[in-house]
Design a protein around this ligand. Structure first.
Ligand SMILES: *Cc1c(COP(=O)(O)O)cnc(C)c1O
Length: 442
């Protein structure tokens, strides 16, 4: 971006006189639209940032014009959100009773999940309020794997857990939570008089795409009175893909599941969801009454009774609904299979290239790799520079991540428009950048 434009955007000075709407839109076309994150491009492989598919873009605009508020009252968009959440729950393999609520993304869905787990746990101990709350709350202990997304620890901080009540459990050689290590941590804490209240597993870890074992964790949660939350911001819909289904055995028995349609489904940002087999747990955590908000006594709970938001946009529901109807359930499966096939091919290309080494990746569609011919120097700094050089060259984009304590390159597949030509381009750009960094005189 030109530095003058950056400075102008950040300055934020408002004139006294308004302007023509046309001039405002020209500014968006000329100054904003040319400088996006880049994730609309099929050769963008950084993080887990999808492009927006057309169905969602159009529906998003229409929902803004309809401008229903999906927190209260009874109207079409709120029912549409209820139905759309049901569709997601079916795709995710949750039982027919399941419900939930759309959120701005996976981080907020994880926050709602931890708040719900906390209320559920304390209510069962009859310590949801008063001095018993103070006594129990200070002992609540949360478990997740060392590969969990940082939003889990952030959510824990938001609900008032201190860092010394968080347990980052060891993972196995494939970056999956180790159930034996979890069991040991929980029993040590119980012996120390603490209150293990929730374990968070991840299906599709952000760094390497690993899927934690679900059934052993649910079993442990049942026997110790914990809530089992699954962070599926990336991989929450894996049960809909036959090749991944084995990893998702038992997903119907968990207590809550985060899903991020703005990742795998290419719905415009921000569209996430928290899904729960028993929606009443959300209502226990979030339904508050007020004299200025009264509905029909026999109506369904409002969606504001399942989340922290009251005035909520209809954009998430309409964009997701339009996307799902455009794809159909077969289309959802085919879209994820498209990512998986591309990732398999990319990993094969990396393995076949002697100047590259594949370090991790899968079952979710990602490849973590590094340069073999490094020509001395600090390898972590080298990989950061290579990624930066690829980004600056502007023909492909990828990021770095720490794997086994080393900074490596990470390429993620989550774009419906990406083709094998884009993979070839990425490999070409990485090798070119590596040559420029390692053999500048060649
Ligand atoms: C992306 C991600 C999140 C956060 O989701 P946002 O939509 O970015 O808030 C949480 N967990 C996992 C595993 C993720 O990959």
């Amino acid at each position: 971006m030109p530095p003058q434009l950056q400075a102008r955007l950040r300055e934020g000075r408002l004139g006294r006189q308004g302007g023509e709407l046309g001039g405002v839109l020209d500014f968006v076309r000329n100054e904003i639209a040319p400088h996006p994150t880049g994730n609309g491009h099929p050769a963008f492989f950084a993080w887990i940032n999808s492009p927006p598919a057309p169905a969602g873009i159009i529906a998003d605009l229409l929902a803004c014009a309809i401008n229903a508020t999906c927190g209260m009252g009874e109207h079409a968009l709120m029912d549409l959100e209820r139905g759309t959440v049901r569709m997601l729950a079916d795709l995710a393999g949750l039982p027919g009773s399941a419900g939930g609520v759309l959120t701005s993304g996976g981080s907020v869905a994880n926050l709602l999940a931890l708040a719900t787990a906390r209320t559920w746990f304390l209510t069962r101990r009859d310590s949801g309020d008063g001095p018993a709350f103070d006594r129990d709350h200070a002992r609540l202990t949360l478990y997740f794997s060392a590969q969990a997304h940082m939003s889990v620890a952030k959510s824990a901080a938001c609900i008032g857990l201190s860092a010394h009540r968080l347990r980052a459990v060891a993972t196995d050689a494939h970056d999956r939570l180790d159930p034996a290590a979890l069991r040991a941590a929980v029993s040590a804490d119980v012996n120390a008089g603490l209150l293990p209240f929730c374990t968070v597993t991840t299906v599709g870890t952000t760094a390497t795409g690993a899927v934690d074992p679900l059934e052993p964790v649910t079993e442990l949660c049942r026997s110790t009175g914990m809530w089992h939350h699954v962070d599926g911001a990336w991989g929450g819909l894996g049960a809909a893909v036959p090749a991944l289904a084995a990893h998702y055995r038992g997903v119907g028995g968990v207590d809550s599941l985060t899903v991020d349609p703005h990742k795998t489904l290419n719905v415009p940002v921000g569209c996430g969801a928290l899904l729960v087999p028993h929606p009443e747990h959300l209502h226990t955590a979030f339904a508050h009454r007020a004299s200025y908000l009264t509905g029909e006594p026999d109506a369904l709970p409002w969606l504001s009774h399942a989340t922290v938001e009251l005035t909520r946009p209809g954009t998430r529901a309409l964009a997701l609904w339009a996307t799902l109807h455009h794809l159909g359930s077969d289309g959802v499966t085919a879209l994820m299979e498209h990512y998986l096939a591309l990732a398999d091919r990319l990993r094969e290309q990396i393995t076949a290239e002697p100047r590259l080494e594949l370090l991790a990746g899968g079952p979710w569609p990602v490849a973590c790799f590094r340069i073999t011919d490094q020509n001395g120097g600090d390898p972590d700094a080298l990989h950061a520079r290579i990624a930066r050089r690829v980004q600056d060259n502007g023909r492909a984009y990828l990021a770095t991540v720490a794997v086994q304590g080393r900074t490596v390159l990470r390429a993620c597949l989550c774009n419906y428009r990406t083709t094998t030509d884009d993979l070839d381009q990425l490999i070409h750009e990485v090798l070119r950048a590596a040559d420029a960094e390692c053999h500048p005189d060649a």
